[in-house]
Design a binder for this molecule. Structure first.
Ligand code: IVH
Length: 695
């Protein structure tokens, strides 16, 4: 039988027509997106999706070698230079790197090295893979004469005037760095990038000017560097890490990559501090895993780790393929950004009536989980991002951070896509009016009887942060209110087994278990009870402060706004919000129902609040904890600091008293500590600090 997808080509070779068409289509897409990314700085898909496309082409080319061509875009290392900039031919090509997407691919690279060298594993240098754009800066007789982008690897673009505005890139080379005369030609290659903090500042300014936001630091760096007017580049706060030499004529003889990095450092170029020389592959794999986990400790984005053979003579023996050197590999982290379709924008209403828009997305696997929904915060955020139903959008999920819609791919937008408008009615059964007050960012449902708000209040009351009633989640709450068994949280205390048995899915055992959990919640702690009430702005820290200052719910309730604001840790906004909440007749009625249900209003203050029995040796002091400690979880360490009158914020500033560094500390915290002259303590130092308050 003949396979209809297979036909004999003229040269007699078997060609799989389906595969040929697939490769042709994918190559077209790769070429298109390559151009958008490199030449236009205006990508339509996220980097992670582009990588997947290229890998698919390569996979098919591997399976069908007869279809591989020399000019496949999968061999391209970038875009052709644009007409805006003068072309520059690189004296030494700026090649790309092969990628390893996981440990087995990294190990396979190591094994290929061993095999072709026929001996021991050579030492390798592990560097961070900075997510910016590569440039080559050329010095002649010690003076910077030219800077160029990578372009297609052979010909780049002249961005000399723009690179001159980057403070990190020196204009002249100091002769002292070379142990003699400066080399006649010295080409420095590295990554121009925008730090995360500079990117955030840029976007804050864009938001204030009601301009379109930049999608990520890499795109902003590329867009900022490739400006016709270098004065614009100068305003953008770009930075530079040097990581490679290009054309070098004269100067000292270098035998290894790490020596060249030393020379670069001595010549005044920023060389990333997180560079190590390693001797075996398993340590390399560990290093990659370490940075994958800690990538967000840095104030710049990295998308992988680059591993390079250190010995330059061995490099020469290994050589290169048409695309990339054999002596290096990029271990790529799983993408934290993917492109997907925004099907719709809907609104959900919370316990305080706040109506929050959220994105309904075509589910996409990003940052380690599948994301189908993402918050859009409020009306202004939707407008600032200008996301419209039907758009292709970038979705970002970094580590434990909540998934975020970064922005639309404008160029992929369908003609006629309309800006989204905030709905005018609440999605609840009453379809009450949504209002946005002048000067406020939030839109609210102000209907006191709104059933969505009622359910949300109940869910919050029973949630982990509230009275932590196991088994009383969203579904059960909906069943209880739907059946008319419960109107507010106080009603749960009079529920009976027989009532629960009328609900779907409840049996004797589950009903009894839920009632036991409800019963136990009568004797939770005062801070939890305060949080459970769902008062705007009143979170666990403020609740601890109130509980330890007043000792009972009645005392909190009878203290006016001014008295509340006198408590350390209670600002005027929280004080006003608490006061307003307790002034409402309906809320007072609710409190009385809780009292009648015998809920304990004097429950103990949870551990973690400043504790009068412990000497307040850290009074008013900030101690930042980073990394893993053997004897304390993060929460325990923070609680121990708070119990001694201190604070334990997440970032280091000049006001920080000490930084406690456990295993795997955040590099940026340590750098900040050094910058501000803050003492860094180990665990023993921390224990001493807790006892004495002394450093
Ligand atoms: S070395 C032949 N080192 O990654 C070696 N590249 O995918 C050339 N990159 O074009 C590059 N950090 O833009 C090297 N520490 C690093 C890097 C790095 C980021 C980028 C660079 C390069 C691309 C290759």
């Amino acid at each position: 039988m003949t396979d209809p997808a297979r036909a004999d080509a003229d040269d007699g070779a078997d060609v799989d027509i389906e595969a040929a068409e697939m490769i042709a289509s994918l190559r077209e897409q790769v070429a298109y997106h390559n151009h958008r990314y490199h030449a236009l700085d205006d990508p339509e898909i996220a980097d992670g999706d582009f990588d997947l496309l290229v890998r698919e082409v390569r996979r098919l080319e591997g399976e069908h070698p007869e279809l591989a061509t020399d000019d496949s875009p999968s061999e391209d290392v970038g875009g052709a230079p644009s007409a805006t900039f003068t072309p520059v031919r690189h004296a030494v090509p700026m090649t790309s790197l092969d990628n390893a997407m996981n440990d087995p691919e990294l190990t396979a690279w190591g094994e290929r090295l061993l095999k072709s060298l026929g001996g021991d594993m050579p030492s390798v240098v592990c560097e961070l893979k900075i997510d910016g754009l590569a440039v080559s800066v050329r010095y002649e007789q010690g003076r910077m004469v030219q800077a160029a982008t990578r372009g297609d690897g052979r010909v780049g673009e002249d961005v000399t005037a723009n690179v001159r505005t980057i403070a990190d890139v020196p204009d002249r080379l100091p002769s002292g760095a070379f142990g003699g005369d400066v080399p006649g030609v010295f080409e420095v290659r590295g990554e121009v990038y925008m730090s995360t903090s500079a990117f955030e500042r840029l976007n804050e300014a864009a938001a204030a000017a009601e301009e379109r936001l930049f999608v990520n630091p890499r795109n902003s760096a590329a867009g900022s560097l490739r400006q016709k007017d270098a004065a614009v580049t100068a305003r953008r706060q770009l930075s530079f890490w040097a990581y490679q030499l290009g054309d070098v004529q004269g100067g000292p003889t270098l035998a290894s990559h790490h020596e060249s990095l030393d020379v670069l450092g001595a010549a005044g170029f920023p060389v990333n501090p997180n560079i190590v020389v390693l001797d075996d592959l398993s340590t390399v794999v560990e290093r990659c895993a370490y940075w994958q986990e800690h990538r967000h400790d840095l104030d710049y984005e990295i998308d992988g780790v680059v591993i390079k053979v250190d010995d330059l003579a061995i490099r020469a023996r290994l050589g290169a393929t048409s695309r990339a050197p054999r002596w290096a590999i990029a271990f790529k982290f799983p993408p934290e950004e993917r492109t997907t379709v925004l099907h719709d924008i809907q609104v959900s209403v919370g316990r305080t009536g706040r109506a929050t828009p959220f994105a309904v997305l075509e589910p996409v696997f990003v940052g380690g989980s599948t994301v189908g929904l993402a918050t859009l915060h409020n009306e202004d955020q939707v407008a600032a991002k200008d996301v419209r139903p039907g758009d292709t959008v970038i979705v970002r999920k970094a580590g434990d951070v909540i998934p975020e819609v970064v922005g639309p791919m404008i160029t992929a937008r369908a003609a006629g896509a309309r800006p989204w408008r905030f709905p005018t009615t609440c999605p609840c059964a009453l379809a009450s009016t949504l209002v946005r007050l002048e000067g406020e960012a939030d839109t609210r449902c102000v209907e006191p009887a709104c059933p969505v708000q009622r359910d949300q209040r109940l869910i919050h009351f029973a949630s982990r942060g509230g009275l932590d009633i196991e088994g009383l989640g969203e579904r059960t709450v909906a069943q209880l209110t739907g059946a008319g068994l419960v109107e507010d949280a106080a009603d749960i205390y009079s529920l009976t087994v027989d009532e629960l048995l009328t609900l779907d899915g409840f049996g004797q055992v589950s009903a009894t278990k839920l009632l036991d959990a409800i019963d136990a919640s009568r004797h939770s702690s005062l801070p939890r009870l305060l949080v459970a009430l769902g008062i705007k702005h009143l979170g666990p820290t403020a609740a601890w402060a109130l509980a330890s200052a007043f000792g009972s719910l009645d005392a909190v309730m009878s203290t006016g706004e001014e008295g509340l604001a006198e408590v350390d840790g209670i600002g005027p906004t929280i004080a006003a919000s608490i006061d307003a909440w307790f002034s409402l007749e309906s809320n007072r009625g609710f409190i009385e129902k809780l009292r009648a249900a015998e809920v304990d209003f004097r429950g103990e203050a949870a551990s973690g609040a400043a504790d009068d029995d412990v000497e307040q040796v850290l009074e008013g002091r900030s101690v930042v904890v980073t990394g893993t400690l053997a004897g304390f979880s993060r929460d325990e360490a923070a609680a121990a600091i708070v119990a001694r009158g201190g604070k334990s914020p997440g970032s280091v500033s000049a006001k920080t008293y000490a930084v406690v560094a456990g295993d795997g500390p955040g590099a940026s915290k340590i750098t900040q500590a050094e910058r501000h002259g803050v003492r860094v303590l180990d665990e023993a130092g921390f224990e001493r600090l807790l006892q004495t308050g002394e450093l």
